[in-house]
Design a protein around this ligand. Structure first.
Ligand code: GTP
Ligand code: MG
Length: 197
């Protein structure tokens, strides 16, 4: 699989609008503003692929990107924990996110993107537990590592690893930065394993 040839496929507001449930898909989840879209752009070496923003809550739909292999896709999920939207909209998101996660047969794994400075929020932990319960392989990207000194980043990684020790769904824990491209190669090779399997 070559990630450089990723292309925007479709935005789906609801499960019914998603592309046919065939092939293999890996979805990126995480707190709003954590850096999901930026991570996808770094992985695909395409700064314009997924829209990024300083304003949290930018990604409101489920966005699908196709890769060069037929029916292999990356999926940008709406960020959770965005405070400024109305209660109804929040419920709506959670419903659609939940439906996607629960019903999507072609989902091979989940990439949980978290800011290395604010790891394992309550919602992140819920996602980890969900993956564990549903036996879905999980990759954790501790991103924005460029914001910390290397020693601090290392310490943060050790703490995250310690907290996740009991979860067998966690297949990869990667120190990442969309800015410096740290961890991009490791992430690509893990994604390739999941998608080609
Ligand atoms: P939503 O779509 O709102 O859920 O956010 P998101 O998780 O897609 O975050 P996005 O990629 O839009 O990034 C949010 C902000 O963080 C932007 O201002 C990015 O430029 C910045 N950012 C993302 N990744 C990194 C990183 O690795 N290092 C640094 N320094 N900034 C980053
Ligand atoms: Mg986004």
């Amino acid at each position: 699989i070559s990630f450089n040839s990723a292309r925007f496929l479709i935005s789906a507001p609801r499960l019914e609008d998603c592309p046919p449930d065939i092939g293999a898909e890996v979805a990126f989840a995480g707190r709003s503003n954590a850096g999901k879209s930026s991570a996808m752009n770094a992985i695909t070496a395409n700064g314009k692929l997924a829209r990024t923003s300083k304003t949290p809550g930018r990604t409101r739909l489920i966005n699908f990107f196709s890769l060069n292999r037929e029916h292999a896709r990356l999926v940008d999920l709406p960020g959770y924990g965005y405070a400024k939207v109305s209660r109804d909209m929040k419920d709506d998101w959670q419903k659609h996110l939940g439906q996607y996660l629960n019903q999507r047969q072609c989902l091979r794994g989940l990439v949980l993107v978290m800011d290395i400075r604010h790891p394992l929020t309550e919602f992140d932990q819920m996602m980890v537990e969900w993956c564990e319960h549903n036996k879905l392989p999980l990759m954790i990207l501790a991103t924005k590592a460029d914001k910390l000194k290397f020693g601090q980043a290392k310490t943060a990684m050790l703490e995250i690893a310690k907290k996740l020790k009991a979860f067998s769904c966690v297949e990869h824990l990667i120190m990442f930065s969309s800015t410096s491209k740290r961890g991009v190669d490791e992430c690509r090779s893990a994604l390739t394993d999941w998608l080609e399997d």
